[in-house]
Design a binder for this molecule. Structure first.
Ligand SMILES: [Mn+2]
Length: 609
């Protein structure tokens, strides 16, 4: 799962330092990883006169762009998977692994711990030294302990999926399931190995299962993939092997807390069309301490990355912390009636690797007559890894999966997903595979519209129906430079080498505002920032504030034309300035005829609400 809490994670450090979104940070972490894996060298200035391969040149330019984040990048470089033994002997003192842990270790042990950390994305060295059956603090809200449950709850099969997971972490998941699920309710445990390549999983796991199943024949089953299928098809493989009436689909780096099962099983027994997520706490990837997370619903942004949401007002009004929380989507782990899951269409097995399936499932269940809830009394601690083992370019898969979801389920609102990913709505060039069976499923189940869903289930989501152009903005006199929001520490837009990531996203609206940077997905977020003429200087100010203060935030613009402020009549232009990073400064001045081009100009395909 990719959901991280904004204030507490490495990824959020990116947010604070750069103003990029989590998404972009993930993108660029993945990208730095990729870069390091390919050419493991420190970033160097390109040698003048040397023609770099195009992608490496691009690499260096983006690295330059990200130089402002030096400390964060260094951290990631330290943690990027390394290729050889020599590399592993590199200095490692500034890895985030050692920020809160391991100061007393010998250099040799530090090296061993770091190597495992780079492989697993968490502190497997420490995990191997912690008890497999360690206790957890009971983090259930007040009232949960007093609830009682009927004796005839349905049984559950617990599925754990993994790829390249530390054996001790899997064991802890298994033991917590056995120790904290009433024995009469836990029918079996199913392990799905998505073609891991770590040796310890092969022999040790087989031996462990042999020993275990001698005592309890058939209790733990294993499904092994001969090639890596990704987490989406892994979950479905696990479901196929399950035999209990209820199936719980989980990652294999979790620990169940006490009493997790009963509230969930009762809720599904009452209505089999409910899909339930537990509440999540964090297992810190470095010291394995448990960090309590506040109760949350589970939503997503317009790129369809998941995010935690404040529970709805109606829930707070109940003043009952044990009550189920209505949630627009799922983070990824959930519990479902086995047969209902099939009726509703499982997961979209046409999605690859990672991401989007959790949103697709949540939206589909709501639109097709079911519901999705988070149960506060059911708590799971989950390791938020520092990096993920699936692939070097997670975002490409998430994007493809998001477009599949958008095309099948989102009706006219699918434009938002294209805009958020900054790709054209027609002929995007991205192969999303065959979606005909998913469309047929929607028809067969007679599902409601996405508009209904937004109004009824996800009113926190912001919609953008007035955008007539989006993408990056390039100036005619220097087309390799793009308008960019600049450092997040100020409100001064700049021009920068085009890289097309979120800080360079612009959105031009039918009422002639020019948004720069991320389109904020929910009403809980800060407002978007608009380009404003402030005393003849270009500035980025929150749009509603600028509007309320009657600032100069309206611009005339047509594709390939000038960008001219409607009130001051000054134009947004480039001015040569050798002090600037790329030789140009962004200014407002008397119009000299400079022209701007935006990637996607869609004046005629705008939806109206
Ligand atoms: Mn996970």
């Amino acid at each position: 799962m990719v959901c991280t809490r904004k204030t507490k994670t490495l990824v959020s450090t990116c947010v604070i330092l750069s103003g990029m979104t989590n998404i972009i940070c993930l993108l660029y972490v993945g990208w730095v990883t990729n870069y390091m894996a390919n050419v493991y060298v420190r970033v160097q200035e390109p040698v003048p006169g040397t023609k770099l391969e195009e992608d490496k040149g691009e690499t260096i330019r983006i690295i330059e762009r990200l130089d402002r984040l030096e400390s964060v990048i260094n951290q990631h470089i330290q943690e990027a998977p390394q290729k050889s033994e020599e590399d592993a002997a590199e200095p490692f003192t500034d890895s985030s692994l050692f920020a809160h842990w391991g100061q007393d270790l010998s250099p040799e042990n530090r090296r061993a711990a770091l190597k495992q950390f780079q492989y697993y994305g968490y502190n497997a060295y420490l995990s191997d030294r912690l008890p497999i059956d360690r206790p957890l603090p009971d983090l259930r809200p007040v009232g949960c302990k007093n609830l009682t449950y009927p004796d005839d709850l349905p049984q559950v099969s617990i599925v754990f999926i993994f790829v390249n997971e530390a054996f001790s972490v899997i064991q802890r998941s298994i033991y917590s399931a056995i120790n904290r699920t009433p024995a009469n309710l836990l029918k079996e445990i199913i392990l799905v190995d998505d073609n891991s390549n770590n040796e310890e999983l092969k022999e040790k796991l087989a031996q462990y299962l042999d020993d275990f199943n001698k005592r309890k024949p058939g209790f733990i089953k294993v499904v092994r993939h001969n090639k890596q299928e990704g987490l989406i098809r892994s979950r479905v493989s696990g479901w196929r092997a399950a035999t209990a009436p209820i199936v719980a689909l989980f990652d294999a780096h979790i620990e169940f807390n006490v009493g997790w099962a009963e509230p969930v099983l009762l809720r599904i027994k009452e209505d089999r069309r409910r899909i339930i997520s537990p509440s999540f706490d964090n297992i810190k990837y470095d010291n394995f301490e448990i960090e309590e997370y506040p109760l949350s619903a589970q939503g997503y942004d317009w790129q369809l990355w998941c995010r935690y949401l404040n529970p709805p007002k109606s829930w707070w009004k109940l003043e009952n912390r044990t009550a189920p929380i209505r949630t627009p989507a799922l983070i990824g782990c959930f519990i479902v009636d086995r047969l209902y899951f099939e009726e509703i269409g499982l997961l979209d097995e046409g999605m690859d690797v990672y991401g989007g399936e959790n949103v697709e499932l949540g939206v589909r269940v709501w639109q097709c007559g079911g519901s999705v809830e988070v149960m506060p009394c059911s708590r799971i601690a989950h390791i938020e890894r520092a990096h993920k083992p699936y692939t070097e370019d997670l975002a490409l898969h998430v994007r493809r999966n998001a477009l599949r979801m958008a095309e099948v389920w989102m009706d006219e609102f699918k434009s938002h997903v294209y805009m958020a990913w900054n790709i054209p709505q027609e002929d995007s060039g991205i192969d999303i595979g065959d979606i005909s069976s998913r469309k047929a499923l929607r028809k067969k189940l007679q599902c409601k519209t996405f508009r209904w869903y937004l109004v009824t289930v996800y009113p926190e989501m912001r919609t953008y129906t007035d955008i007539i152009a989006y993408g990056v903005l390039q100036n005619s006199i220097k087309t390799e430079l793009c308008l960019d929001q600049g450092p997040d520490t100020d409100n001064i837009p700049i021009v920068y080498i085009c890289h097309g990531m979120t800080p360079q996203s612009v959105y031009y609206t039918s009422n002639q505002q020019l948004h720069v940077g991320n389109l904020n997905p929910t009403l809980d977020d800060d407002d978007n920032r608009c380009l404003v003429d402030v005393n003849s200087r270009p500035r980025l100010i929150e749009c509603n504030y600028a509007k309320a203060k009657r600032m100069k935030l309206y611009w005339d613009f047509n594709q390939g034309g000038p960008i001219q402020n409607k009130k001051s009549k000054r134009c947004l232009e480039l001015l040569e300035n050798s002090d600037n990073e790329f030789g140009y400064q962004l200014v407002l001045q008397n119009c000299s005829g400079q022209r701007w081009t935006v990637t996607n100009y869609h004046k005629n395909v705008i939806i109206t609400t």
